[in-house]
Design a protein around this ligand. Structure first.
Ligand SMILES: Cc1cc2nc3c(=O)[nH]c(=O)nc-3n(C[C@H](O)[C@H](O)[C@H](O)COP(=O)(O)OP(=O)(O)OC[C@H]3O[C@@H](n4cnc5c(N)ncnc54)[C@H](O)[C@@H]3O)c2cc1C
Length: 368
């Protein structure tokens, strides 16, 4: 107990993809005797699945964000505008950047990953909120003429193609994919379609590593320089530094180590989902798709914990459907070994994304 009489406190740390399902469950169930607090640095959650579509010009900003305050209010959850800067798992306390601390009986962590930008003289893509605001300003003031995107994963691939569509054929767009190559976590069929899509849209693909960079371009591993007036750092994610010294067991990749119930393997009162967590017995790719899928399991685990019951096991699907947009209204679908491409896949993705946003109260997505 944390000194709140009979009421026990559930702290929702971060309003990421999985936490949305927890808020929806709390709104339905309103469990008695529980005081719930959502800690979030921003009053909104940017939906990364639609971010390339925003950059390409298909969506307004309002269509790509989920307002967290109305969801918290509907769930009877207090909203605290702050970010976690530390955690003492043994004392069950979160340290916040507003100087305060917050005790908990249960903690649900969904803060997403961080990005290591130490070698770079450019701001990273994460936090996505900051990137969105900077890019909006850039587009309004002086759209770039030469863009380099660093990172050959889904985010870098989609953003390079979105820049191409946004800026038109006169702009130079280069994607530096890193040593592991383009879309390294995808099957060969998707990689082949991905390479063809870049070539067809005149995006230069450099399949080597960029070692440093700044506002004027990047330097490749062989010391070649690629000039640019906009560099997007879509390099892989790392565990956030607020986890350092927290006392929770960490996975080999630095993530918060969880088991099949999404509970911390060292502290069962802590649940975690999304890119901040790493399942020990079955590592999952860090992706928005898995973060969304984990949401229902996270809510079920918390419901059981609050009732004093064992949390159910989560069996993640073997394959997930991944839809990669190609800047224009075209997209690639990846499911298991299958790879398909066509405008109908873009329309399918558009329907899924808008449906997800509508379900979480983004009214702008109701309009076509
Ligand atoms: C451009 C782009 C395109 C992508 N496309 C795809 C795709 O097509 N398919 C796919 O599967 N994945 C995609 N991804 C990856 C996907 O975005 C991530 O895997 C996903 O965001 C992880 O979800 P999450 O809920 O764990 O974290 P997030 O979505 O990052 O949410 C974390 C939340 O926690 C908050 N937060 C952060 N730090 C703190 C803190 N210290 N204290 C409190 N709150 C905090 C943040 O403000 C945010 O609201 C893409 C990523 C990008 C950038």
């Amino acid at each position: 107990m944390s000194g709140r009489g009979a009421r026990r406190r559930l702290v929702l740390l971060g309003g990421g993809h999985a936490q949305l399902a927890v808020l929806a469950w709390l709104a339905r169930a309103r469990p008695a005797g529980v005081e719930a607090v959502l800690v979030t640095p921003q009053p909104r959650q940017v939906y990364s699945g639609m971010l390339p579509g925003w950059l390409a010009g298909h969506y307004t900003e309002a269509q790509c964000v989920i307002a967290l305050a109305p969801l918290a209010q509907a769930a009877g959850v207090m909203l605290r505008r702050a970010a976690a800067v530390g955690l003492d798992a043994d004392a069950r306390q979160v340290r916040l950047d507003d100087g305060g601390t917050l005790g908990y009986d249960w903690l649900s962590v969904n803060t997403g990953p961080a990005q290591d930008a130490t070698r770079w003289g450019v701001a990273p893509l994460r936090p996505i909120e900051g990137w969105l605001v900077r890019t909006r300003q850039r587009l309004a003031e002086a759209p770039p003429r030469r863009v380099v995107v660093v990172g050959g994963g889904a985010a870098g691939f989609e953003l390079a193609l979105a820049w191409r569509h946004r800026l038109g054929p006169a702009a130079g767009v280069t994607l530096v994919s890193g040593r592991s190559g383009l879309l390294a976590n995808y099957p060969e069929g998707v990689r082949r379609l991905g390479r063809q899509a870049l070539a067809a849209r005149a995006v230069t693909l450099i399949e080597t590593r960029a070692v440093s960079g700044g506002p004027h371009g990047v330097v490749l591993a062989d010391r070649t320089e690629v000039a640019a007036d906009e560099v997007v750092l879509a390099t892989g994610s790392v565990a956030p530094s607020w986890l350092d010294g927290c006392g929770l067991q960490r996975a080999p990749d630095g993530g918060l180590a969880t088991g099949p119930t999404l509970q911390s393997v060292s502290h069962p009162e802590v649940f975690a989902a999304g890119d901040v967590a790493s399942r020990l017995e079955r590592p999952l790719p860090h992706s928005g798709v898995y973060a969304v899928r984990a949401g229902v399991a996270l809510a079920a685990g918390l419901r059981a914990a609050l009732a004093g019951a064992p949390a159910p096991l989560w069996h993640p699907p073997q394959h997930t459907l991944n839809l990669l947009s190609l800047g224009d209204r075209d997209a690639i679908a990846s499911w298991g070994p299958l790879a398909l491409q066509g405008p109908w896949i873009w329309r399918w993705k558009d329907r899924i994304d808008r449906g997800f946003m509508r379900r979480h109260g983004t009214p702008a997505c109701a309009q076509r």
